[in-house]
Design a protein around this ligand. Structure first.
Ligand SMILES: *Cc1c(COP(=O)(O)O)cnc(C)c1O
Length: 373
């Protein structure tokens, strides 16, 4: 079998053409028509009033927390099963991430465990739409409203997923996105924040552009940052947006084929989809129950690697990592659902050019490797 990576960006549309156009126009920096076009179209897709492009998804989270005025000593509730960027951004503003276990039915932060983790210092919640599946936003927003907290959605892995028919990104105060090379839509490195509130958008825009006053040039009322994205990157994103329905539809097909071909293998489980969710098809997920499958997740990953199939283990629980584990221990955080899923879950190759016969080969390897087939 030829080598199969986990992800390959689909750049088969107008990406090349629009990038050349941006270069020919000489607008290659952080002003230009593609930036405006991208921000407007992405806002339409997210059903929000404002979108600001930024240089990556980590910066999108950082900018969201800065705009919400999160400060040293504040606490932010986040899931432990997420990419490191979610927790790092909290630290960038001097605040402390407090880790909450996930709901086994969504794999996202468990709304029922939020209240017991709220202290006088808690300022907000980052709900991560993990592996494309939306978190239970009504329940999260309800608790946030009762306790006067803001909610940020980390939608890096969930472009255009829907919660009860509404696109993610506009369900809390700010939604953040990543356009890294392995995300559903990509420009290599890039990100965005989406939001409804005009004043918050003005504040975020100022912070993104070195803190310069929107009216008075070279007057800087606050300490800002250079978090901008380039017109070249937005040219790629405009081409991606043109084909977003096609890109998502192809990934959906891959999900469907995997589900059909991996059905009824003892010990192989799928990502649960809540009935109110229209998840975004990011990387296809399976879980390996060592006892009934007869092999561990790591053994299966290694076996697939020997056959040329690249896979990814689920995220390592952040509360167990060196930058966070001491504080987490002091707070006595025990997160059994997170730990169990982290060590049993893995991602399979998911990209437009993955052929059906690739999927059947991969599925066959997984089926045959089971001790119990
Ligand atoms: C990819 C990702 C990010 C960060 O995005 P970058 O563009 O790589 O900085 C943040 N959160 C989650 C959940 C992600 O998957």
């Amino acid at each position: 079998m030829t080598k199969i990576p986990v992800a390959i960006p689909d750049l088969s549309g107008n990406e090349n053409k629009y990038v050349s156009d941006a270069i020919e126009s000489t607008w290659i920096s952080s002003t230009g028509a593609y930036i405006d076009q991208f921000e407007e179209e992405f806002a339409n897709k997210c059903d929000t009033d404002h979108v600001l492009s930024v240089c990556n998804g980590t910066v999108a989270l950082h900018l969201a927390l800065l705009a919400l005025d999160v400060r040293p000593g504040d606490e932010v509730l986040i899931p432990s099963l997420t990419y490191i960027a979610t927790a790092n951004a909290v630290r960038y503003v001097g605040a402390e991430p407090v880790f909450v276990d996930i709901d086994p039915d969504t794999w996202c932060i468990d709304p029922n465990l939020l209240e017991e983790n709220i202290t006088r210092r808690t300022k907000g919640i980052i709900a991560v739409h993990l592996y494309g599946h939306p978190a239970d936003m009504d329940a999260i927003n309800h608790i946030a409203a009762v306790h006067g907290l803001w909610v940020v959605e980390d939608a890096a892995e969930a472009h255009f997923a829907k919660y009860k028919g509404i696109p993610v990104g506009g369900l809390g105060q700010i939604g953040t996105f990543s356009f890294y090379g392995n995300k559903i839509l990509t420009c290599g490195e890039g990100g965005a924040i989406a939001l409804h509130d005009k004043q918050l958008a003005v504040r975020a825009r100022t912070l993104r552009g070195q803190g310069m006053d929107p009216i008075r040039q070279y007057y800087f009322p606050v300490t800002g940052y250079n978090f901008r994205l380039t017109n070249i990157a937005c040219a790629i994103l405009c081409a991606q947006l043109e084909r977003s329905e096609e890109i998502i539809a192809r990934r959906m097909e891959i999900f469907k084929t995997y589900r059909e071909l991996l059905r009824d293998i003892p010990g192989i489980g799928f990502q649960p989809f809540a009935e109110w969710a229209d998840p975004a098809p990011w990387l296809f997920c399976i879980t390996v129950d060592q006892e009934s499958y007869g092999r561990s997740r790591d053994e299966l990953m290694e076996f697939l690697a020997e056959k040329g199939v690249d896979t990814r283990p689920f995220f390592v629980p952040l509360h167990t990592l060196p930058p966070f584990r001491e504080e987490s221990k002091c707070r006595n955080e025990v997160l059994p659902v997170t730990c169990k899923l982290s060590f049993s879950g893995m991602n399979l190759p998911t990209y437009a050019d993955l052929r059906d016969d690739n999927i059947s080969e991969i599925s066959q390897i997984i089926r045959n490797y089971s001790d119990n087939h």
